[in-house]
Design a binder for this molecule. Structure first.
Ligand SMILES: [Fe+2]
Ligand SMILES: [Fe+2]
Length: 184
């Protein structure tokens, strides 16, 4: 599916600057997602978490592989090692919080990613520009929505103050990463 999609996509150098910046942040985000699941799988001994992370990781590798193949080096973030490290650390921290914190963390991250993709798709739709790019992002957003739904259905954490703090930390961290990745 993605291979045929790739052939239909425009060269990134032909895209407007705002969209190239967004795609740079998308590549960074998918890098972080892959390493988030690698971090979870590095430490978790819970069979359900391992099965969950293994399945999600496969999708994230596909998303990342798409951006890797499509974008040239200059259209990727120069801080890619940092996004790998950040994802790995977040996944590791989540595991040490227990299975429910893993699922909560994925729910929060995916909620952020869905909104990130949604804004790009909406802008493309409004401008009636690059529908093939919008369609690709829409497919990825649907995958992220499935991940979010899957994670949300697995944890039963009440919305305590500590949970709200964790949600804020993960969301603000994701926002900061996107802001930086759009520029560098
Ligand atoms: Fe993804
Ligand atoms: Fe995802």
């Amino acid at each position: 599916m993605l291979e045929s999609n790739l052939a239909a996509l425009p060269r990134p150098s032909s895209l407007p600057e705002w969209l190239r910046a967004e795609l740079r942040s998308d590549h960074a985000g998918e890098t972080g997602a892959v390493w988030l699941y690698i971090g979870i799988l590095r430490w978790s001994r819970n069979p359900e978490v391992i099965a969950f992370a293994t399945e999600h990781l496969e999708t994230e590798r596909r998303h990342l592989g798409h951006f890797e193949a499509w974008l040239s080096a200059k259209d990727k973030s120069m801080l890619t090692p940092l996004w790998r490290l950040a994802g790995f650390i977040l996944g590791s921290l989540a595991v040490f919080g227990g299975a429910h914190v893993v699922y909560l963390t994925i729910e929060v991250v995916e909620t952020f990613v869905i909104e990130h993709y949604r804004q790009q798709i909406e802008k493309l739709d409004q401008q009636r520009a690059h529908p093939e790019v919008a369609e690709t992002l829409r497919q990825f957003m649907q995958d992220e929505a499935e991940h979010c739904h899957d994670a949300a259905g697995r944890h039963a954490i009440p919305d305590a103050f500590s949970v709200q703090c964790w949600r804020s930390i993960v969301t603000i961290g994701s926002e900061m990463a996107v802001t930086v990745a759009k520029k560098l």
